[in-house]
Design a protein around this ligand. Sequence first.
Ligand SMILES: Cc1ncc(COP(=O)(O)O)c(C=O)c1O
Length: 321
Amino acid sequence: MILNADDVLERLRALRARQPVKFWALYSSQLGGIVTDPALMVLPFDDHMVHRGHGVFDTAALVDGKIYDLEAHLDRFVRSARTSKLALPAREEMRDIVVRTTAASARRDGSIRYWASAGPGSLGLTPAAGAAPGFFVMVFAGLSYPEAWYTEGLRVMTTTYPIKPPLYAVTKSTNYLPNVLMQLEAQERGLDNGIFVDEAGHVGESSNMNVAFVTQDGVLRHPRFEHILAGCTSLRLLALATGLVPRKLIGDVQVCDIPVAEARAAREMMLFGSSVKVAPVVEWDGKPIGAGAPGPVARALRELLEQDMRTARERLIDVPY
Ligand SMILES: Cc1ncc(COP(=O)(O)O)c(C=O)c1O
């Protein structure tokens, strides 16, 4: 059956009707504008981001009509693009497109994800001669997790999949196969997520989240960022966490290698990320962490982050709706 353009549009709309999505606006450099109909949020099949994973992305949060910590996310996006040999629009232009696409979405809460792609042009490996690199911005509902993750905590496993080599782990590219397989493996076992451990036996990170611990001596410890993604949430939380020292919830904050044995003996274990924020882990490989219940530091950090996302004026951009 050969379809004409009207048939295709009708079928793309039918697909979205069968599988509703909460995608509110997409800017595409290939279209040269913004669309709000999810059926039109498409990419050419020969874009190298699709068939070779030659693309990078990042995600910032939209909170009460303001974009949170965009500069930190853009810093990482620029680093990822450089490592991946991808060309980007000027930073001011990217910021402007992010803000305008968010305004076009008319939404005040959600997530803003943006991608850089090598562009269309061939089915080879390296970008086709003359291919224009793509830049895309999507405003969508964001990932959401069960409320029980926060009230009861998560159960995780050490993944059987190898951690990405450092160069790829620190680059937020569209190659998420190990991360996807880790999450599927955990789900197949009735668990919530997985944890990567490196060859030296140090804790790495989770699927799309970082991991941190409160050790027996009351120190908030986070793995070094040389072999994992430098989470914007982690970096912010490590700064905010110093506020818990005078409150005697922790004694210190450290970024260091964390051997698995030390991690398993922690009082608290938690996941950090833009989508999950702060969520307590209560069980790892079938054994309880600490008392096997959400702890006070995870709760306090979540409150600090929620507050920061609404009140840190220097980290918030007002969206001109
Ligand atoms: C592999 C990985 N680690 C950690 C994180 C947490 O990063 P952020 O706090 O910037 O969301 C993410 C999410 O982007 C991720 O994909």
